[in-house]
Design a protein around this ligand. Structure first.
Ligand code: ATP
Ligand code: FE
Length: 337
């Protein structure tokens, strides 16, 4: 079974080919047009997707060494995401599947981030998680603890009540003048900083839920007050600020995850989404694995932020379930996993 995956939910245009669960190609075109605006501009994103989609699909098929006639189905991200961006991938999938007389499979972007753990690098690759496991999904738009019972049965047991972890990284980075997206820059600078130097407030929310808007505000106020007495405060303390901020975000994430794993007696724990690229979070997972005997699953870097390989693998499992969609589907901007 050969699945072509298409991802266009935000600002990355991506196409990937998976054969029987094994990755053959995963091509990603990033959009640099948004950098100078300090965030994704939806209209520019959909225009760039339109320009990128055909060359990206072409490259994905070429790198996979697969002809379009060999495809069994086309899987595409239906949502959540930016509507104009999603429309490009959805429309492309409709046209291509109609022309090739093959079925279409609609994919939930968040489910895809989780199922990225099932992409096989080769036929021998058997590193996939066993059900049930917990997945910490931390991305630009989401921070959730998900109880994954099977490929198509996932329960959100905790989630952010305001900002996502990725947003906390990006917004705090922005006030330090680190550009967009700031998460990877904070990660890099944090390596040279002291994580104990500054202390920021941690939220008090119930259950396994998260909150990051208070941290963002306290970070902002702290900088504003510090700049009053020293106008070069940020430049002088950049690495320590990044290290302390990163540590606070990771402590918040790991604390709830630890309690969820303990309460549910689950030892198999995964992390997914763009923030799972963070080196501090990866280290924290390794530490918890040793300390609490967790079996952990950390994705390859190319499967952390948005990519079509995760869409294709989700499509593969839906294909096995005969779970296709009608050619008149519309994308959706918001939807739960
Ligand atoms: P969603 O999946 O919720 O719709 P999204 O698709 O925009 O949101 P992703 O592409 O999964 O999100 O992740 C992007 C986020 O990951 C950004 O906020 C970015 O700053 C963050 N990120 C990427 N690399 C790192 C890193 N090394 N450290 C911290 N954050 C990172
Ligand atoms: Fe995403």
């Amino acid at each position: 079974i050969v699945i072509l995956g298409i991802e266009s939910s935000c600002d990355d245009t991506s196409a990937a080919v998976i054969r029987d669960g094994v990755i053959l190609s995963n091509v990603i075109a990033n959009q640099s047009v948004h950098e100078r605006y300090g965030g994704v501009v939806p209209e520019l994103a959909s225009r760039a997707h339109q320009q990128n989609i055909i060359p990206v699909v072409h490259d994905a098929l070429k790198q996979a060494g697969v002809s379009k006639d060999e495809l069994s189905a086309i899987a595409f991200t239906r949502g959540p995401g930016l509507l104009g961006s999603l429309l490009v991938g959805t429309s492309f999938a409709k046209g291509f599947s109609t022309a090739l007389h093959i079925p279409m499979i609609d994919v939930n972007h968040l489910q895809a981030h989780v199922l990225a753990h099932f992409i096989k690098e080769s036929e021998e690759d058997d590193s996939q998680p066993d059900f049930p496991f917990l997945c910490l999904l931390v991305s630009g738009g989401n921070s959730q603890i998900i109880l994954v019972k099977s490929y198509n049965n996932m329960e959100i047991i905790g989630q952010t009540i305001d900002d996502a972890a990725g947003e906390a990284f990006d917004k705090c980075a922005k006030v330090m003048g680190l550009g967009y997206p700031g998460g990877p820059v904070v990660d890099r600078l944090a390596k040279q900083g002291d994580p104990q130097k500054f202390v920021f407030s941690k939220p008090h929310v119930g259950g396994y839920d998260y909150s990051f808007s208070g941290l963002k505000t306290s970070f902002l106020y702290f900088l504003r007050d510090s700049l009053k007495t020293d106008s070069e405060f940020i430049e002088k303390n950049r690495a320590d600020l990044c290290a302390s901020l990163q540590k606070t975000i990771i402590d918040i994430l790991m604390d709830k995850l630890y309690h969820a794993a303990k309460d549910l007696h689950i030892k198999e724990v995964a992390v997914a989404g763009g923030v799972s690229a963070n080196s501090g979070l990866r280290d924290a997972f390794e530490k918890y694995a040793k300390k609490y005997h967790w079996k952990i699953h950390i994705p390859k870097f190319s499967y952390t932020t948005d990519n079509a390989a995760m869409v294709a693998i989700t499509g593969y499992y839906k294909y096995l379930d005969n779970d296709f969609c009608s050619p008149d589907v519309a994308p959706y901007a918001r939807v739960a996993i």
